[in-house]
Each structure stands twice: as C-alpha cells, then as structure tokens.
Design a binder for this molecule. Structure first.
Ligand SMILES: [Zn+2]
Length: 251
C-alpha cells in the first residue's frame, strides 16, 4: 500500500554508506520508522527531505511490517535551527517528546501542527525558548491524555491568589491558604505564571503562542511544566539533559 502524507523527520540514522533509517512524525500514520534506500547519495532528491528536522511530503510504501520511503520532497528545512546549538538541542527535545507521546499507526495531525509551529518560532527566534518549551510540553501532554486541572484551587475552588502552588504529580493547584508543605513536590507560581500555565492548556491553538511573561514568571512556568512532564514520563530524556547542558553553558 502506498501512503501519501506530510511528515517531520524526528530521528535519523545511517545504514551502511548510502541508506538511512528515519523516524517520522506524520499527519496520517503518526510516528513511524521507515527505510530510505540510497537517500544519502548526492544525487538523491530524498537526501535533504530525509534529514533530521526536515518537514517533507512523503510517499511511503507500507508493507506488512515495514515502511519504506518511495519518494520524499522537502517543504521546510528550518535552517535557523542549525545556527545555534541551544535552538538545535531544544528542537531535538521536541522531536524526542513527540516520538514518545504521539501515537503510532494512527493520525497525529495535532502533534505535528504543534511541533511544526514550535520549530517555526524557535528557528526564527521569535519567542523565548522557555515559553516554547513549556507550551510544547504542556500541550503535547494534554493531547496524550495527561491533562492537569488548572481551573482553580483543588480544595477551596478560589480562582487565584498571589501565589498558587502547582503539584506536578497530581496536576492541580492549591492556593496559599490551602497549601501545606508535605513530601510532594510543589512549584510556587505567581499570578503571571498561573495565567501562562492555564494558557498552555486552555488557549485556542491559533492563540497558543501569543502571550508574554516577565522573566520571573516565565522561569516559574518552565519549572512547573517540566516538573509535570517528568512526573508523568517514567524514563530519562537524553535530549532534555543535552538541552540543559547547552543552556547552562550559554547562560
Ligand atoms: Zn484554596
């Protein structure tokens, strides 16, 4: 069977001298691994289209157990991601997350749209990296069923407070009056960070990336979203470790 779909190359490895094994986040078939024969040869039109972080039109043979690339043409190569090691590291983290959270063998258009938008803003340096990271983490987790309840304090139902405490494991807020420290991790959020965290989950997609926060609120938002992610993903993320190293070196 031949499948026509758009897809982003989220992982790439060489096989021998001229072939590639790629992992794609596709609109129609979710995450899939496909063999790209002779893709690395200079004359191959598939060469650019099957490189990491390239968004391409694919024609894919779907066999009984394996996928192989029939044809591929690049639509967007995100040059800006390669200009800066921090941007590249964050982009690879978004790829790793989508490979982990998006479905395999089922449509994943909303994941693809999210990652492509994040890569666009990242590539052109149009938004702070921490904002893109939080938006991508929270929205992708909510697509895959990990949806926190950020409407109000989980105990007294008040809508806001000067400080709200976010409990990543439970995915809820507690206000300053209801929060009492215990063994659970809790992330303090000021009003800006609370608004930001709600936005990552509840905003319409076309407004998802349209917000700004002062540096302190943004740092709190980033802490909350990464803690939420790590408390729901039961494994280490090499690309996140790498991103942390690059941002530690650069700051
Ligand atoms: Zn309360």
């Amino acid at each position: 069977m031949l499948i026509e779909t758009q897809g982003l190359v989220i992982r790439e490895s060489s096989v021998g001298e001229s072939d590639r094994l790629i992992t794609l986040l596709t609109k129609e078939e979710g995450v899939l691994r496909a063999f790209a024969r002779r893709a690395k040869t200079v004359r191959s039109t598939q060469n650019a289209a099957t490189q990491l972080l390239c968004y391409s039109d694919f024609s894919i043979f779907k066999g009984r157990e394996k996928y192989s690339i029939n044809d591929a043409r690049p639509k967007e190569v995100f040059f800006g991601l390669r200009e800066d090691i921090g941007r590249l590291a964050l982009a690879q983290y978004f790829c790793e997350l989508s490979g982990l959270l998006a479905p395999a063998g089922a449509p994943a258009g909303e994941y693809l749209r999210l990652v492509l938008n994040s890569l666009h803003f990242l590539s052109k340096n149009l938004r702070p990296q921490l904002l893109l990271k939080s938006v991508t983490e929270m929205r992708m987790l909510s697509f895959s069923g990990y949806m926190p309840n950020l409407v109000c304090c989980a105990q007294c139902a008040c809508y806001e407070d000067d400080v709200m405490w976010f409990l990543p494991q439970d995915g809820v807020f507690l206000c300053g009056k209801c929060y009492h420290p215990d063994a659970r991790r809790a992330v303090p959020l000021n009003r800006g960070a609370v608004t930001g965290l709600r936005h990552t989950i509840y905003a319409d997609f076309n407004k998802l990336f349209s917000f700004q926060l002062p540096a302190e609120s943004l740092a709190q938002l980033a802490d909350a979203s990464e803690s939420f992610l790590l408390s729901h993903i039961d494994r280490s993320l090499p690309s996140l470790d790498f991103y942390r190293q690059t941002s530690a070196c650069l700051s």
